[in-house]
Design a protein around this ligand. Structure first.
Ligand code: SF4
Length: 406
């Protein structure tokens, strides 16, 4: 067993897989399930399991082997009728391959600290993470034991760099602090974050990296004294532009609904029905239906439960090591991604509230969980959204503000 200094999202401490009671098992999603070499060799000793694991000679998964899927290609072939894992039942939890053992956990390695969070595509994680009224917190452990080797999504060391990477930790802490600053509405926090990232991005383009720390200090002071409130209040909403951009992004999302993600399909159907079906929208225009649903259902719900979306954003920042880039994009592009995730969820919720004539916590969790399953497990989905935003030249603060401002 190895021990690591670790920073852990606090919702992890109460996580326990709900097994057959899960409303959306992770063993079913139409995705491939890679199997590592050690597990593959272990499975060769059990005749039934052996028949269901295939050596990946064609390099489909990039791993040593993969699990066979059921006939309809939607579930793992080892998922029993009562939605339990046959491998675990026959050989114990320790026999699970790395992929299944790790899910839904997410590991990053940042400046020699292990960072542990989890994907919201697991409904139980979504409930634990999103329903914390006081916000997500992080616990530090000097020696956190890891029973098995894990797969790390991002491994980053920042201190030895002399570019923006050197300030990654400060930028991330500032972002989480601002997203959790309830002196401002969530909409205001997101606009302020955009103003901040637009300014910092300009300094990075000018290779003036030392200014990043100064901007963090300056914005912290401005926020503490509410000195940017007037600037935000003067921004006029543009709902028609909001609907136009978000319709395009949601259409892209529809193309990425996998056959195994029925829950997301149900959400999208309710959303479309809510905004355009005569049973729900009558003969009103989409714009009027959208505005009605926003004012009558979305706003009253969010007055009580805005912490759900705050937690969603904070979790994304922590899990994705925001605003780390792939080297080709800028930190402002990472802000654009964050806004797109938030705005699509908000858009769906408004349409669904028109369909349901209100919003309930369970439905909000379902939307975020199934959206996370669609976007979090398919990198092309995010890339297509960003490509569309860039193609339409919408990757700027004006359009990002349009998407969140109402
Ligand atoms: S999605 Fe989460 S709760 Fe459901 S079976 Fe998988 S790990 Fe368990």
């Amino acid at each position: 067993m190895q021990k690591f200094p670790a920073l852990i999202a606090n919702y992890m401490k109460n996580f326990k897989c709900t097994g057959s009671a899960c409303e959306d098992t992770c063993c079913s999603g139409g995705w491939t399930i890679p199997v590592d070499k050690v597990s593959y060799e272990r499975y060769q000793k059990d005749d039934e399991i052996k028949r269901n694991v295939v050596r990946d000679t064609a390099k489909v998964t990039g791993q040593y082997a993969y699990m066979k899927l059921s006939e309809d290609k939607l579930s793992c072939s080892m998922l029993s009728e009562d939605k339990l894992c046959t491998i675990q039942a026959r050989l114990g939890e320790g026999a699970l391959c790395k992929t299944c053992y790790i899910y839904p956990r997410n590991y990053n390695y940042v400046n020699k600290n292990l960072e542990i969070s989890a994907t919201l595509s697991c409904p139980e994680i979504a409930r634990l993470a999103l329903l914390q009224k006081d916000g997500i917190d992080f616990d530090y452990f000097e020696e956190y034991p890891l029973l098995r080797e894990v797969q790390v999504q991002n491994s980053v060391e920042t201190y030895s760099h002399d570019n923006e990477l050197k300030y990654l930790w400060d930028l991330r802490s500032f972002s989480i602090g601002l997203l959790q600053n309830r002196a401002y509405s969530l909409k205001e926090r997101l606009i302020l974050l955009g103003m901040f990232f637009e300014s910092v991005n300009k300094e990075i383009e000018a290779q003036n990296y030392a200014a990043i720390g100064q901007f963090i200090d300056r914005y912290t002071e401005l926020l503490d004294h509410g000195l940017l409130k007037n600037e935000i209040d003067s921004i006029k909403p543009n709902i028609a532009a909001q609907i136009q951009v978000l319709t395009q992004l949601t259409e892209i999302g529809v193309k990425y609904i996998t056959p195994g993600n029925d829950r997301y399909r149900e959400c999208v159907i309710e959303f479309i029905d809510g905004l355009v079906h005569p049973d729900h929208a009558g003969d009103k225009s989409i714009l009027d239906t959208y505005e009605d649903a926003y004012n009558h259902y979305y706003v009253p719900f969010m007055k009580q439960h805005e912490y759900i979306l705050e937690n969603y954003l904070v979790d994304l920042v922590f899990k994705n090591v925001f605003p780390i880039t792939d080297g080709k994009s800028s930190i402002f592009d990472e802000y654009v991604k964050l806004i797109c995730h938030y705005a699509i969820i908000k858009f769906l919720l408004i349409g669904i509230s028109a369909h349901d004539k209100g919003l309930q916590i369970d439905k909000v969790i379902k939307v975020i969980q199934s959206f996370s399953k669609s976007i979090g497990h398919n990198k092309s989905h995010v890339s297509s959204i960003i490509a569309k935003i860039k193609e339409e030249k919408n990757n700027n603060l004006y359009y990002m503000t349009c998407l969140v401002n109402h």
